[in-house]
Design a binder for this molecule. Structure first.
Ligand SMILES: Nc1nc2c(c(=O)[nH]1)N[C@H]1C(S)=C(S)[C@@H](COP(=O)(O)OP(=O)(O)OC[C@H]3O[C@@H](n4cnc5c(N)ncnc54)[C@H](O)[C@@H]3O)O[C@H]1N2
Ligand code: MOO
Length: 407
C-alpha cells in the first residue's frame, strides 16, 4: 500500500546509516560534511588590541596633553604600562598597553609641540579596543558534526590553526535506467527509440549534492540484464534507477530486485506525479526506484531523494525547508492526491510552469522551485500564501517542518 508523504519522510529521516570518514586538508573540504565537533583552542582576539591606527591612552587622560612614550606595531611583543598623561602611538591590530582604556583614531587628534591633544571628547571609554575572546571564546563549538562546510567555516578553521579536518566519506551512488526504447545520448537512435535523459539527469543531480556517482551503462528490459547491473553495484550506498516500476508487461525491475533478495521499505507514495516510486535495500545497498516519466523522476528525487542523500552524506539538516511566498496566478489543481507543482520563483511570486505533464523533459529547465499542494485543495487564488521549496539548490533544516501548502 502506498504511504503518505509524511510517512515516507519519517522512514527516510530515521534510516540508520553507518558513516565512514576520511581526513582532508581544510582547503579541500568545501561542500563536504564535517565528521567531528570542532572546538576553539585559541580565543580571538588573542589579546586586547587596537581597531584603529591612532593613540592608546587611559580614558581619564582624555582632556590632557599627552606625551608619546612608545610606538607599537601589529606583531610587536611589547608590554607597556602607561603613566599619567602618557599615550602610545598604536597601529591597527597592535597589542594595547595593559592599562589603556581608550584608542583615539589619528584623525581625532591634534599634534602640538610634540604633544597629543584629543580633539574628539565624545569618545566613550574602551572605544576602538578589540577585547580578548570577544569574537571567539575558548572551548566554544565552532563547527558541529554534520555541518556542510563553506568558505565561512574555512575562516574559522584557519583562524584556529587547524589544517586538516575529519569529513564523512561521500556516499557512493550508482545510477541506471531500464527500458528497451532507451538509448544513451552518445548512441545512434532509430525512429522508434528515445534518448535516456533520466540517467544523465540523476547523475548530475547527485553530483550537485557532491556525491560520488558512477555510471555503469543501461539495462535492457530483461531480468538478467537488470540483475547484472545490480550485482555490479552492490558495493555502493545507493542505487538509483528509473523506469520499470509500473504495471506494464515489460516492467521487469521488480522481479529483478526480488530475485536478489530485495527488502522492500515502501512501495508507492500518495503523491502526484511519481506515485509508483519504490524504495528498499539489497544487502547494505539502498535502492531508490523512480518512475520512468522524466518529470516525475526528477520531482521525486528533489522531494524525497535529496532527503535520503542528506542522510547518506551525514548532514544534520535533513528536513526540507521552505520559503513563504505568494502565488502569481490563479491555479486550479486536481484534488485527491498531494501534488508537486514546479515553477519559477522571482523572489516574491511563484509562477507555476504551464507545461508540467509527468512525461515532459522541458519543464524543469524553466523552474527554480516547487510547491507541494495538499490533496484537499482544488484552487489557489492569485496572491494566496504558499510555501516554496528549492529545485536544484539545497535548503534544509535540522527540524521537521510541514512544507505542504494547505490554503
Ligand atoms: N496501467 C497503468 N499504467 C501506468 C500507471 C498505472 O498506475 N497504471 N502509472 C503511470 C505512471 S504514474 C508512471 S510514472 C509510469 C511509470 O512507469 P515506469 O516507471 O514503469 O516507466 P516506463 O514505463 O519504463 O516509462 C514511462 C515513460 O517514461 C519514459 N522513460 C522511461 N525511462 C526513461 C529515461 N531513462 N529517460 C527518458 N524517458 C524515459 C518512457 O519512455 C515512458 O514514456 O507508468 C504509467 N503507466
Ligand atoms: O505519477 Mo507518474 O509518476 O505520473 O508520472
Amino acid at each position: 500500500m502506498a504511504l503518505n508523504v509524511k510517512e515516507v519522510l519519517t522512514i527516510l529521516t530515521n534510516l540508520e546509516i553507518k558513516h565512514k570518514y576520511e581526513i582532508f586538508p581544510i582547503e579541500e573540504s568545501i561542500n563536504r560534511i564535517c565528521a567531528e565537533n570542532i572546538l576553539s583552542t585559541i580565543a580571538l582576539p588573542k589579546f586586547n588590541n587596537s581597531a584603529m591606527d591612532g593613540y592608546a591612552l587611559r580614558y581619564e587622560d582624555i582632556n590632557s596633553e599627552l606625551s608619546i612614550c612608545e610606538t607599537i606595531f601589529a606583531g610587536d611583543n611589547k608590554n607597556v604600562k602607561l603613566k599619567d598623561n602618557e599615550c602610545t602611538k598604536i597601529m591597527t591590530g597592535a597589542k594595547i598597553p595593559e592599562n589603556a582604556t581608550l584608542i583615539v583614531p589619528k584623525e581625532e587628534c591634534i599634534i602640538k609641540d610634540e604633544k597629543i591633544i584629543i580633539s574628539n571628547k565624545n569618545l566613550k571609554k574602551y572605544s576602538h579596543i578589540r577585547f580578548i575572546g570577544e569574537d571567539i571564546g575558548l572551548n566554544q563549538v565552532l563547527i558541529e558534526e554534520g555541518t556542510l562546510l563553506n568558505s565561512s567555516h574555512i575562516t574559522l578553521l584557519s583562524s584556529q590553526g587547524i589544517s586538516h579536518i575529519k569529513l564523512y566519506k561521500k556516499p557512493k551512488i550508482v545510477v541506471f535506467a531500464s527500458g528497451e526504447e532507451l538509448k544513451l545520448h552518445y548512441e545512434k537512435i532509430e525512429d522508434y527509440q528515445i534518448y535516456n535523459s533520466n540517467t544523465p539527469t540523476l547523475i548530475a543531480k547527485c553530483k550537485e549534492l557532491d556525491c560520488e556517482v558512477h555510471f555503469i551503462g543501461q539495462a535492457k528490459d530483461s531480468v538478467k540484464s537488470l540483475q547484472n547491473l545490480i550485482n555490479n553495484s552492490l558495493d555502493s550506498d545507493l542505487i538509483i534507477t528509473s523506469g520499470g516500476v509500473s504495471v506494464g508487461d515489460a516492467d521487469f525491475t521488480n522481479e529483478a530486485f526480488k530475485g536478489l533478495g530485495f527488502k522492500e521499505i515502501f512501495k508507492g507514495i500518495e503523491i502526484k506525479p511519481g506515485k509508483p516510486t519504490i524504495f528498499g535495500k539489497i544487502e547494505k545497498t539502498f535502492i531508490l526506484n523512480l518512475p520512468g516519466n522524466p518529470l516525475a523522476s526528477s520531482l521525486i528525487f528533489e522531494l524525497f531523494g535529496k532527503t535520503l542523500i542528506q542522510k547518506l552524506l551525514g548532514e544534520k539538516s535533513i528536513y526540507q525547508n521552505y520559503i513563504n511566498a505568494k502565488i502569481g496566478i490563479d491555479l486550479k489543481i486536481k484534488k485527491g492526491r498531494i501534488t508537486i507543482i514546479p515553477g519559477l520563483f522571482d523572489g516574491e511570486y511563484f509562477y507555476p510552469e504551464e507545461k508540467r505533464l509527468p512525461g515532459m523533459v522541458s519543464t524543469l529547465s524553466k523552474c527554480n522551485a516547487m510547491i507541494v499542494v495538499d490533496k484537499d485543495l482544488s484552487k489557489l487564488e492569485k496572491n494566496s500564501k504558499i510555501k516554496i521549496l528549492p529545485l536544484n539548490w539545497k535548503f534544509f533544516s535540522k527540524e521537521y517542518k510541514d512544507f505542504i501548502t494547505y490554503e
